[in-house]
Structure formats: C-alpha cells, structure tokens
Design a protein around this ligand. Structure first.
Ligand SMILES: [Zn+2]
Length: 329
C-alpha cells in the first residue's frame, strides 16, 4: 500500500507540474482513444530537434527516420513495463522542453495518457498508432476483455509496425518540411529492413510443427504476433500487466498444456518470471514435463549492447526462442 506522501510524489506531483507548465491547459479527456496530435505544429528551433519518446521501439523508429536531425531521449528503458510506468518529475520536464513527443498510444502508456493530452495542446505530440486508428485498420485487435479498447502491442506484427513507420515519416515531414525528403528516404530504407524481417518471421514460424504453434506467455502481448504468423496465443495476465492473474484462467491454461502436449511456455523480460513459472510444477505433477522455453521481449527492448537492444534484434530473438522451444520432439 502506498503512503499518501509516496503516492503524491509518484503520481500527483508530475500532473501538478505539467499543469503549472501548461498554464491554462484544459482538463484532459482520458476517455478518448488517442489524444489530438498537435499535427499543425511546425518546427522552428535549432537542430538537432529535441524529441522525447516512451518505449525503445518508438525511439528507434524516430532515430532511424529522423537521422542526424533528431536527438532522441527515451523515457522507458530495458525491462521497464510501459503499462505500469508512472512519469516522474524529470520526465515531465523533458516532455515540456521537447520539440516533439512520440509515444505508442492505444493506452499502452496507460498512466501517461492525461499528460499526453495536455502536451498535445501546446506541442507536436504523436501516437505512432494514430494512423492505424484513423484509417480504421482492420488488423487492429479489439479484445473483449480490454473494455472496448484496441490491443496496443502492434509492433509484434512487423508489417503493421512498418505502416506506423510510414505515418511517423509523414508526421516528421510535415513538422519539419525542409527535411521532408530525407525523412521519406530514411523511412523507405527502414521499411525494406522490416519487410525482410516480416518474411523471416513467416518462414521461421512455419518450421514449427502445426499442432505445436501455441504460444503461452506472462501477459497477452502477442495477439498481433499470433495473428500475423499463425500461432494460437494465451497470456496468463490480460492485455495490461496491471491485471491480476486469475487462478481459474491459470488452471484452464494448465489443462490446455497437458491436453495438447505443449512442450514449453515463455517468461517475459518486463514481467515477474514467477507469473509463468507457476505453471511448471502443477503440469509436472500431472506427468507432463513442461519446460521454460526462454525469455521473450514483449513490451521493452533488450539491454544495451545486446542483439535484442534493437527492434529487429528483439523480434528475431523472440522468433528464434519460440521456434527452438516449440520444435523439440
Ligand atoms: Zn504489454
């Protein structure tokens, strides 16, 4: 239980600070799917543009497209769970001083939603998934258990993420029109890489025997991955890690593992490993030798200096880990 003082410092203080910085900003509407983007803003400062991003996947996208014209600050590092992340006072200052802000959206950064709404009223603030929503993209998942909202984990479908790259390039080209051509070229190079990555995912997952293409992880982050590459997906927790694990749901998953002879389950880098490890003993007690298939990067990139510290490396690592663990005889 948080003390009054702790909860003030961690939660209310940043909001109070942004209210002071924003002056007469209107009250945020936390019910809207995505805040207004402030897309009419034009950059007029000195290069490199100061850009603040939330998760590593978004930061990498903006760095790749913006190149030498941007200096990117990332708020959520390796191992940080974006669903639970509360902005601290220094984050609010960084956001207030940025030339532009990029975040995932679709309520991934659930505890920062109000802050983004307020920022969007005074500066270029863009949810990279905004275009998918605006176009009403049929690939967006709307799981019934997520209260009428879209599943935010779109980066696990590489082709869908490539569309977000196009949208970010378009946004940057409008925001800083003098370098529009460069942003388009950089995005095109990145998208070629992502197209190859998408093909890699298709080819590799197809190597798993069909009856073993079942992915069980800590939380329901891999819905897009499963839909794009042909796996059934189950998470012990829901779309947000904020949800408590449901004991009945866990027992259903254990039953499924035994009935369908699933060889392995997977822990996630930003969620307590205990969530998934709890499946092992009951399955073994029932005579099924369930193994831990390895660690997947669901919501955050891997540590610096590792292959998984890039988006491409993260996806490749996940695919190779899944294929290895589920293909064993
Ligand atoms: Zn998640």
């Amino acid at each position: 239980m948080l003390s009054m003082r702790t909860s003030f410092v961690h939660y209310l203080f940043p909001l109070l600070l942004v209210t002071l910085i924003c002056g007469g900003c209107e009250q945020a509407d936390s019910h809207s799917h995505t805040p207004a983007s402030g897309s009419s803003q034009q950059f007029s400062g000195n290069y490199p543009m100061k850009i603040v991003c939330t998760i590593g996947q978004v930061a990498e996208m903006v760095k790749r497209i913006g190149g030498k014209h941007v200096q990117v600050e990332q708020l959520m590092g390796p191992g940080v769970d974006p669903h639970l992340y509360r902005p601290i006072a220094s984050d609010v200052r960084k956001l207030a001083e940025a030339d532009a802000i990029f975040y995932n959206g679709l309520h991934l950064e659930g505890r920062m939603s109000d802050l983004f709404v307020q920022m969007a009223r005074r500066k270029a603030t863009f949810a990279v998934t905004e275009g998918l929503q605006t176009r009403n993209d049929s690939r967006l998942r709307e799981p019934p258990e997520f209260a009428g909202m879209f599943d935010p984990h779109v980066w696990h479908d590489v082709a869908l993420w490539a569309d977000c790259v196009r949208d970010v390039a378009e946004f940057l080209a409008k925001f800083d029109s003098s370098n529009a051509n460069q942003y388009t070229i950089n995005a095109t190079v990145y998208i070629v890489e992502l197209t190859q990555l998408d093909e890699f995912c298709q080819t590799e997952i197809a190597k798993i025997p069909e009856n073993r293409r079942i992915l069980i992880t800590a939380h329901d982050a891999f819905g897009y991955f499963g839909k794009a590459y042909g796996l059934e997906v189950y998470g012990l927790k829901g779309i947000s890690t904020e949800e408590e694990k449901d004991v009945v749901h866990q027992e259903e998953i254990q039953k499924l593992i035994i009935e369908r002879n699933i060889p392995a389950v997977f822990v996630e880098s930003a969620v307590s490993h205990r969530t998934v490890e709890a499946l092992i003993e009951p399955c073994r007690a029932s005579g099924h030798d369930l193994k831990l298939g390895g660690e997947l990067y669901a919501d955050a990139l891997g540590p610096a200096e590792t292959d998984q510290s890039t988006y491409t490396g993260m996806i490749r690592h996940n695919v190779q880990t899944i294929v290895t663990a589920l293909s064993v005889e």
